[in-house]
Design a protein around this ligand. Structure first.
Ligand code: NAD
Length: 477
């Protein structure tokens, strides 16, 4: 049985209740986590505050960096163990689970190096004054994490917060906690002080909500659905607590007729099948210039029929979806497509030895999806790619921007001027030209516009969100 991790102690929830941990590859329970409540969150916030007011703030930035670097190395040494945990918990194929463990180590490495590079400025002001700014940590930061990339999202969020000098209380998803509980223990092993990283598991409406409302939490970082993002923001607004929101997307891949299709198509496919399409930045729409529409559909269709889905340990192209309700959600979208006469032009294969009780879904390529249909507008969060033709550059921009989201976009064209025009005109947090980085780029600021959220994580930019700026004006005459 898994326990919460509070102040370096592995402890049961005060309620004594637990939740099962389900293996998505066979739908069977194999472990238990704590079903915590507001009292456990309170204990974790107190532990974090004591650490912040005590040993953590006594460390220099360079010393924080050394601890983060030591953690990065220990995570790398334990990468296989962590990947195996995440694989069973989330149903990730082996290669994906290993990539996630490597990314976790890389986040800690990046933020280790960043700790002592974060500084304020001196500013010109009136005669007789010296004015400077300090970047100060918020204090205790709360982190609500989803199930699709627990290690990666923990790395980027908690890594940045620690580098900036905060202490953290983490609420992982009830569907995927195991790797994070282990990482917190590894952090204790390398010498992070007690209370610096605390993990409390349980349901979102019980534990996540309590974290967002707790008066001792100075900043909330949330990654998850737009619906819950709104709830978190409302709860935090009651006490004017700053919030970073990383929400969903309906990210377009835009293929112009001059695109290098040999380079583009494998990337377009990977961007929707990676993690079985359960990626916030999944390239879930492919916009194709009319002149190459039929060719591209044919080539994508051929590739889709080759894709194999099965148990995570088989390390196929796709593993299962996270849970039965997610599978049902994808089925609902696909029935809607059928009812709307949207053609499913190709589909992958679930292998014969995939257990019936697992949550499998073959990848599906849909053609001619109307721009206003929910399959072109809403996040499926499964391996469903919506293709649609466009006439010219203006039409491509119109379609790309025609959803409530704006997280990532991919533009495939050889035209240099058009590359820059498109990058300017597409409304999203990231634009990749002749590439696509679903979830990638530790160094690259990441986040959305519109309903994809606000604030930035990843890269050095994240450190500004995890700090507050103090202006100090000294009148010395
Ligand atoms: P979710 O919003 O249901 O849950 C995310 C987290 O919030 C979980 O830990 C959950 O327990 C918690 N939660 C649920 N209800 C809550 C409440 N009332 N108060 C506080 N916390 C609560 O999302 P999910 O199903 O876990 O993840 C899928 C969604 O996350 C998708 O929409 C996806 O696009 C988004 N996502 C975004 C990013 C990004 O960086 N933009 C990354 C990954 C996932």
């Amino acid at each position: 049985m898994q326990l919460n991790f509070i102040g370096h102690h592995a402890i049961a929830s005060l309620s004594g209740r637990t939740l099962p941990v389900i293996d998505p590859s066979d739908g069977q329970p194999f472990d238990e986590i704590q079903r915590s409540d507001a009292r456990d969150i309170d204990a974790a916030v107190r532990a974090a505050r004591a650490c912040f007011d005590g040993p953590w703030s006594a460390l220099s930035a360079a010393e924080r960096g050394r601890l983060l670097m030591a953690l990065s190395r220990l995570v790398a040494e334990h990468a296989d163990e962590l990947a195996a945990m995440e694989q069973r918990d989330c149903g990730k194929p082996t290669a994906q689970a290993r990539a996630d463990a490597a990314a976790l180590a890389r986040y800690f490495e990046f933020y280790a190096g960043a700790c002592d590079k974060l500084h304020g400025q001196t500013l010109p002001y009136q005669h007789g004054y010296s004015v400077l700014t300090w970047r100060e940590p918020h204090g205790v930061t709360g982190h609500v994490i989803p199930w699709n990339y627990p290690m990666q999202i923990f790395g980027r969020s908690v890594g940045g917060a620690l580098a900036a000098g905060n202490c953290c209380v983490v609420k992982p998803s009830e569907d995927a906690c195991l790797s994070l509980l282990r990482v917190a223990q590894l952090a204790a092993d390398v010498g992070f002080p007690a209370g610096c990283i605390n993990i409390v598991t349980g349901h979102g409406h019980e534990v996540g909500d309590a974290l967002a409302r707790h008066p001792g939490v100075d900043h909330i970082s949330f990654t998850g659905s737009p619906r819950v993002g709104t709830l978190i923001q409302q709860a935090a607004a009651e006490r004017h607590c700053p919030v970073t929101l990383e929400l969903g997307g309906k990210s377009p891949q835009i293929l112009f007729a001059d695109a290098d299709l040999d380079a583009a198509l494998p990337v377009v496919i990977n961007a929707i099948v990676q993690n079985a399409g359960q990626t916030c930045s999944a390239g879930s729409r492919v916009l194709i210039e009319q002149a190459i529409y039929d060719t591209v559909l044919e080539r994508l269709g051929e590739a889709f029929t080759q894709l194999r889905v099965g148990p995570a340990a088989l390390d196929l192209d796709l593993g299962p979806l996270i849970r039965q309700s997610q599978q049902q959600r994808v089925w609902d979208f696909l029935s809607d497509a059928q009812a709307s006469h949207i053609p499913a032009v190709a589909q992958g294969v679930v292998v014969d030895d995939a257990p019936e009780s697992g949550f499998y879904q073959a990848p599906v390529l849909l053609a001619d999806v109307p721009a206003t249909h929910r399959l072109a507008q809403e996040e499926v969060f499964g391996p469903v790619l919506a293709a649609m033709p466009f006439r010219d550059e203006d039409h491509a921009v119109e379609l790309a921007n025609a959803t409530r989201f704006g997280l990532v976009a991919g533009v495939w064209t050889q035209g240099g001027a058009r590359q820059f025009r498109m990058a300017r005109r597409v409304k999203s947090g990231q634009v990749f030209i002749n590439h696509y980085g679903a979830g990638g780029g530790v160094e690259l600021p990441f986040g959305g516009v519109k309903s994809s959220g606000h604030g930035r994580e990843k890269g050095f930019e994240a450190l500004y969100g995890f700090t507050t700026l103090k202006t100090v004006a000294v009148r010395h005459g």
